[in-house]
Design a protein around this ligand. Structure first.
Ligand SMILES: NC(=O)c1ccc[n+]([C@@H]2O[C@H](COP(=O)([O-])OP(=O)(O)OC[C@H]3O[C@@H](n4cnc5c(N)ncnc54)[C@H](O)[C@@H]3O)[C@@H](O)[C@H]2O)c1
Length: 240
């Protein structure tokens, strides 16, 4: 059975994706620094047999990935990195090094090893329309102009550019998913994401707070749908 490398596989999206991959009978290698611990993966074991044979764990920084780390891998889902504005603003240098250089390192190894399929977790935050967009009903899609401003979104967009630059060479076929703000349950829960914050506040305080008069708009997507979208992209590429 095909083995998929998931960078950031112990994160909010990653541990849900690992579960979805296992359900579809893929084996998995998780490459992660485990900033949030290994518990999100330890909680998977229910219902999956021979988990230790099916999931390899590589605790390391993506920037130190070697060619050997990708031995036996057929496809890569690249999720690892700084994943929100506050962490990116706190250490913009590290954010760039991990989100931009880290993406380049993984992509180049894939290309050198002839691994054609890589999906990349980009972000809809690269559209950043700012406050002047409030109240306007215009919908944006992949053909719309992007306008990344903050350290995080600039780094996600730079990651896209690197992948597009490398695409096509040696048949390397990355797929970029500009994910909306994700919501829903994961064993590595994130409460800094808007819908999850609403739910947490509703339970803890009995109130939901809407900022800016409730006029702000952002695309939202369920965490399991994101996981399945990555798998659908890997499988679509496989048919070619
Ligand atoms: N959650 C969202 O709403 C959302 C929206 C759009 C895009 N994204 C992108 O999706 C990806 C996953 O997001 P998430 O919500 O699961 O984030 P997360 O912070 O929960 O998970 C990120 C994972 O990457 C790991 N990691 C961080 N730096 C690393 C490094 N240098 N080397 C190896 N591992 C490292 C962390 O330990 C963590 O397990 C990120 O790239 C993020 O930018 C997320």
């Amino acid at each position: 059975m095909s083995k998929i490398l998931v960078t950031g596989g112990a994160g909010y999206i990653g541990c849900v994706l690992v579960e979805e991959l296992l359900k579809k009978c893929y084996d998995v290698r998780v490459l992660d620094t485990f900033y949030f611990g290994k518990d999100p993966l330890n909680n998977l074991s229910e219902g999956f047999e021979n988990l230790e044979d099916r999931v390899d764990i590589l605790q390391k920084d993506i920037r130190h990935t070697t060619k050997k780390d990708l031995d036996g891998i057929s496809c890569v889902v690249h999720l690892a990195g700084f994943s929100n504005d506050p962490t990116a603003e706190y250490r913009p240098d590290l954010n760039n090094s991990i989100n931009i250089d880290g993406t380049e390192i993984i992509a180049k190894i894939c290309r050198e090893k002839g691994i054609k399929k890589l999906t990349y977790a980009s972000s809809a935050s690269i559209y950043d329309q700012g406050m002047e967009f409030l109240g306007k009903e215009e919908l944006l899609d992949e053909s719309s102009k992007v306008n990344p401003k903050a350290a995080y979104s600039v780094s996600k967009y730079a990651g896209e550019q690197i992948l597009l630059e490398l695409a096509g060479k040696k048949k390397f076929s990355p797929v970029i998913l500009r994910q909306g703000t994700v919501y829903g349950f994961s064993h590595r829960m994130r409460y800094d994401l808007v819908v999850n914050t609403f739910v947490k506040n509703a339970f803890k305080k009995g109130i939901i707070t809407l900022d800016n008069g409730g006029e702000m708009y952002r695309p939202i997507v369920n965490v399991r749908d994101v996981a399945r979208a990555h798998i659908a992209c890997l499988e679509a590429l496989k048919k070619k």
